[in-house]
Design a protein around this ligand. Structure first.
Ligand SMILES: [Zn+2]
Length: 222
């Protein structure tokens, strides 16, 4: 798949670089509450720079940045693709951890331990790495791809995506299709999600009379 890579070293070098980028991101303690996102933003600006891609930091509030890295397609008039992940992670109870949660320790099997490893720092790194490899292969998509990194998803996104989607900058992205948080996979199968893990509401009707004598509920339960 990567036979035509023009630069950037061997596949092994690329994999090592991807893992190190990932671990560097994991070492940033963007943990609730009261997150300072400066180090995340600085990290992502460096990523954009190394990919030679334009980046925009939109401040929903001065301390709530949304980082958007853009890979322009050959037909940028077409509606774009948005690949989203969030920078924040939920709190930790350090005594319950096998390794410190922001060390990004890698054991001999290659397992990496860190808060946010799956939710969702791995996604952001995968998206950037995919673009990196496509670029090295000299490939370009017809649609523009935006990779967004949002704050405060874990506390509802009020000062994150929820506010950002109402901004002029978001409208200017002309998003036609988006992938949001999903689950990472340790197999070649990649599960995609088109929306946050939303509830599926079910109504169950039991038409039989409940048999327990002490229960006064009558014919149907919903
Ligand atoms: Zn999440």
């Amino acid at each position: 798949m990567h036979k035509n890579m023009k630069s950037g070293g061997s596949l092994n070098d690329l994999n090592l670089r991807a893992v190190e980028n990932y671990r560097e991101y994991l070492r940033i303690p963007s943990v609730h509450p009261d997150i300072n996102y400066d180090d995340c933003v600085a990290f992502l600006l460096r990523q954009a720079d190394s990919l030679q891609l334009p980046v925009h930091v939109h401040h929903v509030r001065p301390d709530k940045p949304v980082v958007v890295i853009t890979w322009e397609g050959t037909d940028p008039i077409k509606p774009s693709i948005l690949l989203n992940s969030h920078m924040d992670v939920v709190p930790v109870f350090e005594h319950e951890w096998t390794y410190p949660p922001f060390d990004a320790h890698m054991d001999e099997q290659g397992n990496i331990y860190a808060r946010g490893a799956q939710d969702t720092k791995v996604l952001g790194i995968q998206y950037l790495e995919a673009i990196h490899r496509l670029k090295l292969n000299g490939q370009r998509l017809s649609r523009t791809v935006h990779v967004s990194f949002v704050p405060d998803e874990e506390i509802g996104g009020e000062l994150g995506m929820k506010k950002y989607v109402r901004s002029e900058h978001f409208k200017s992205l002309n998003v036609g299709f988006a992938l949001d948080e999903n689950v990472s996979s340790s197999t070649p199968t990649f599960v995609v999600a088109f929306d946050e893990k939303i509830k599926l509401g079910l109504m169950i009707k039991c038409k039989e009379r409940l048999r327990k004598p002490s229960c006064r509920m009558s014919t149907s339960v919903t």
